[in-house]
Design a protein around this ligand. Structure first.
Ligand code: GDP
Length: 459
């Protein structure tokens, strides 16, 4: 995970404090020094690290720690608070215009993930009963217009694209509209907004051109578009993996175009992710969304507090539960819980759960949000979705009776199933064991009335 290494280091640092009744100045110094090193190694900008550690140090030396019942825990709390602060403090959401359409402009370097984000954002907004229109004003990168159309099609939203000679024409494909613009991105953006107003789309997302590096022409174009369309939000899209360049890039865009919010992309990467921790505090602009994969659903509103607890491995139950709610039918989960309680959960149900799980997008990123997931990380890294496919094959090779009564699975049946599913008896055995353990575990969970996170059990 993006912060895997940082998390490990911070957790180790705090481990050294565990069990200490009182913290000496040397304890605090040592801790702060370790935190500083861990952040720098994670590519967090020096200016941010300096401020951060100074604040942590000051508070850790103060009353709130010396008077705390558990000083070590209090230090973790302080680090958590300060992480929330550098990540922007309060979560901020998109601000919608009083008079639609709300215009959202995307800016950032080429490859940052703008076009992909346009699709994600549009899909997310459409699911909330908005009617977004995507506008293709990236006329720089070959193929960007086509890519936006593809993304729009996948997201099921309309796209306004320049197509000289075809002004006003409508594509046969779901919903692509062609305007003029004659290769002028400013004009395309303006035409797109006019089109949205005429056709009553309530949100316009304008994709703009990026370059591989910051350059004056790029900035001027983005700034011209901004002036021409006066957007309600300008989102600066930045690849969390760009490392130390993050700060310079963000500052250049702030000077050249300015923006109202930040979107971090590629948070699923295994790079050091320091950009994520630097950009909000360096620019004073909030991070509004996070992008966590190539799929259109790998996207979520950004919450500084949740990100902080994820970095500190405090878990992210809230996000997890929200995701689960988004993907699972509540009625269905109630039925499943009932089955656990009454011992009537079968391999068929197990398969159903797995199939639902597959729809949840990246399983790894889901699991990464579980509390204590750090310890599971190794397991997570070994976990791949093809395992689900194999599990499916095994269960599908069973008769209905076997799926409902796994107890009947004797040796010869297991051999038959292994052969039928192209797996081995060991794998069949492992699955049956896992199923039994999961059923037992979920029964306990269901009994305890803990908020259900259906489907997580079988893993
Ligand atoms: P643009 O040049 O800014 O429009 O960038 P694109 O949207 O074309 O994205 C560049 C590449 O990054 C594409 O291959 C995307 O699939 C990929 N990408 C975008 N967002 C993410 C993300 O959150 N995670 C990962 N792993 N890849 C992403």
């Amino acid at each position: 995970a993006t912060f895997g290494n940082l998390t490990d280091r911070l957790v180790d640092t705090f481990k050294n404090l565990r069990g200490k009744g009182k913290l000496s100045a040397a304890d605090v110094d040592g801790t702060v020094r370790e935190i500083r090193r861990a952040l720098l190694d994670a590519d967090v900008a020096l200016e941010v690290v300096k401020d951060f550690t100074a604040r942590v140090r000051e508070r850790a030396m103060g009353d709130e720690v010396s008077k705390a019942l558990n000083p070590a825990q209090q230090v973790v709390q302080i680090v958590n608070d300060e992480l929330v602060t550098i990540l922007g403090g309060e979560a901020r959401r998109i601000q919608f215009a009083k008079n639609p359409p709300t215009v959202i402009m995307l800016a950032g370097l080429q490859g940052a993930g703008k076009t992909t984000l346009a699709g994600k954002l549009a899909k997310w907004l459409a699911a909330q009963n908005h009617t977004p229109l995507l506008v293709a004003a990236d006329l720089q990168r070959p193929n960007a217009v086509t890519q936006l159309k593809v993304v729009g099609e996948q997201a099921g939203v309309a796209v306004f694209a320049p197509e000289p000679g075809n002004v006003g024409a409508e594509d046969a494909a779901p919903k692509s509209f062609f305007g003029g613009g004659g290769g002028n991105p400013v004009k395309v953006a303006k035409d797109g907004i006019k089109f949205a107003r005429d056709k009553q789309y309530d949100i316009v997302i304008v994709d703009t051109a990026g370059r591989l590096g910051v350059d004056a022409e790029l900035m001027k174009q983005a700034s011209d578009i901004r002036k021409a369309i006066d957007p309600d939000e300008v989102l600066f899209v930045i690849d969390a993996m760009i490392g130390q360049d993050a700060v310079a890039t963000a500052k250049a865009f702030q000077e050249g175009v300015d923006f109202t919010g930040v979107v971090l992309t590629k948070l699923d990467g295994d790079a050091r992710g320091g950009a994520a921790l630097s950009v909000a505090s360096v620019t004073g602009r909030p991070i509004i969304f996070a992008s966590t994969g190539e799929g259109l659903d790998d996207f979520e509103p950004f919450y500084p507090d949740r990100m902080a607890s994820r970095i500190l491995d405090l878990g992210d139950i809230l996000t997890l539960i929200e995701q689960a709610q988004k993907n699972f039918d509540e009625e269905e989960s109630r039925k499943v819980a009932e089955k656990f309680l009454t011992d009537t959960f079968t391999l068929e149900d197990f398969l159903g759960q797995m199939q639902q799980l597959k729809n949840m997008g990246s399983i790894k990123s889901m699991l990464g949000m579980l509390p204590g997931a750090k310890g599971m990380r190794e397991q997570l890294d070994n976990f791949d979705e093809s395992e689900i496919t194999r599990t499916e094959a095994i269960i599908q090779s069973m008769t209905i009776a076997e799926r409902r009564q796994p107890k009947v699975l004797n040796g010869s049946r297991r051999v038959r199933i292994a052969r039928g599913s192209g797996t081995t008896v060991t794998e069949v055995n492992a699955l049956v064991n896992r199923f039994e353990q999961a059923a037992k575990m979920m029964k306990t969970v269901a009994k305890g009335g803990v908020p259900q996170v259906p489907g997580m059990g079988p893993i």
